[in-house]
Design a protein around this ligand. Structure first.
Ligand code: FAD
Length: 413
């Protein structure tokens, strides 16, 4: 049987696929993306961190993203009952981008994919990878077109950027349990009509439920007068609430005084959706002939909006290793990709765990924090979780524990 022969085949045209594709194409490689949906398509994950602009820039897409009219984002604000604090990403320890964007992902993902295509990447939409064979010297993929017909492709290397599709983890039995408990998000888009002059559209607002610290909300303003609004909670927190998702989300919002006030005039015009069990992990990030990118590998938790940034970082690192490999140099995927990528992911993990056990919330909401320490925290919240010069990156567990203790004692921290 004749196979179509390609050099790099990427599964999925989301942010991780589009960035990896462009980076490899720019190095002169043949790149084909197969994407099961037609773009634009909805995706959750609308608040970007500053660090992801480094990869958008590296992929030659920064001008296009800057010209697209997305909502500028300068940082993150946190509110719990009457407590309020904010981090400005322009004021941070690590050098690099300060401001970033809040994006409707349907538009943003299409823009990145179109930019990759403009750079010469071939993208086939509405074609789904349904099988993979890595037993031969060259990997083979089975693709299904929207008319139901199948065909096979042989590649030098496959990058799985299929996000929640988790194509290779499923097909190659690489799934591993996430260390995080199952949580669910219920979310919608609203016409927000926020009139409060103190509300900062240039920051994501994370609100902690006034009674349950493990329940939190996101409010992500867009540039068109609309907001993404969602709540994240474990299954038991949903008990006794309306089954209807809109009513459920409204009930949660009514329990947070700041949101009730800010959103008093909002027009709820879009049916709410539910996504649950999104935290996932894998046994390996790579194997002979493949590597996993973005959400197809590990997804921690949405609380610090780190998903797209980790996804793009994985693309940038994988593209560099793969370029060396395809150029005939030796490439060690474990030491050059998996281990260094996981370092930053593990930094985020520490702070996500600290968010849910309350220790990092104590730090975030602490009123007497030292400016220098806040700048180090700001760097991590801006996505610079791989900067080992930042003590809160180099030793996240110990530093967080010490800081949380100082905050609990009311000392300057
Ligand atoms: P995706 O964006 O999911 O793209 C994968 C693509 O692969 C899709 O287009 C899909 O159609 C395609 N595909 C799947 N299967 C196949 C197949 N078999 N064949 C071909 N194509 C296939 N991240 C942030 O950065 N900021 C946030 O504010 C944020 N909020 C979040 C809130 C929630 C509740 C959740 C659950 C996540 C959030 N995230 C956030 C995470 C974010 O959604 C993901 O990290 C991000 O979309 C990952 O990008 P990706 O390119 O890896 O995958």
């Amino acid at each position: 049987k004749a196979f179509e022969q390609r050099s790099v085949v990427i599964i999925g045209a989301g942010p991780s696929g589009a960035i990896a594709a462009a980076l490899l194409k720019r190095k002169g490689h043949d790149v084909l993306i197969l994407e099961r949906q037609r773009f634009p398509r909805f995706s959750i994950g609308e608040s970007l961190l500053s660090h992801c602009l480094d990869f958008i820039d590296e992929a030659g897409m920064l001008d296009a993203v800057q010209a697209a009219g997305f909502q500028i984002k300068h940082g993150a604000a946190f509110a719990c009952a009457e407590r309020y604090t904010e981090f400005d990403f322009r004021d941070k320890f690590t050098e690099g981008f300060g401001s970033t964007y809040q994006v409707q992902r349907a538009d943003f993902d299409k823009l990145l994919a179109d930019q990759a295509a403009l750079q010469g990447v071939e993208i086939r939409y509405e074609e789904e990878i349904i099988a993979a064979d890595f037993s031969q010297a060259s990997p083979r993929l089975q693709a299904r077109r929207s008319d139901g017909s199948d065909y096979a492709i042989e590649a030098d290397f496959v990058l799985d950027a299929s996000g929640y599709g988790r194509v290779l983890p499923r097909l190659l039995d690489l799934e591993a349990p996430s260390g995080f408990p199952v949580r669910r998000a219920v979310f919608t888009h609203i016409e927000d009509r926020i009139a409060d002059p103190d509300f900062d559209r240039e920051k994501i607002l994370i609100t902690t439920h006034p009674e349950w610290r493990d329940v939190w909300y996101w409010t992500i303003p867009f540039s068109n007068g609309r907001c993404s609004l969602g709540v994240v909670a474990s299954a038991e927190r949903y008990q006794g609430r309306p089954d209807d998702l809109d009513a459920c989300l409204r009930a949660f919002v009514s329990e947070a005084p700041n949101l009730r006030r800010i959103l008093a005039n909002a027009v709820w015009d879009t049916p709410a959706r539910l996504i649950g069990g999104y935290s996932a992990n894998v046994k390996a990030l790579h194997g002979p002939g493949f590597a996993l990118l973005g959400n197809a590998a590990e997804f921690l938790d949405p609380v610090f909006s780190s998903g797209v940034t980790i996804a793009m970082r994985s693309s940038s690192m994988a593209a560099a290793v793969l370029h060396r490999q395809l150029s005939g140099e030796t490439a060690d995927w474990e030491t050059e990709f998996a281990i260094p990528l996981k370092r930053g992911v593990d930094t985020f993990r520490t702070y996500v765990e600290g968010w849910y056990d309350g220790s990092f919330q104590d730090v975030i909401y602490y009123p007497h924090a030292q400016p220098e320490i806040r700048r180090m925290i700001s760097s991590i919240l801006a996505g610079y979780a791989w900067d080992a010069k930042n003590p809160y990156v180099a030793e996240p567990k110990r530093r967080l524990r010490v800081l949380a203790e100082l905050c609990a004692n009311g000392a300057p921290a």
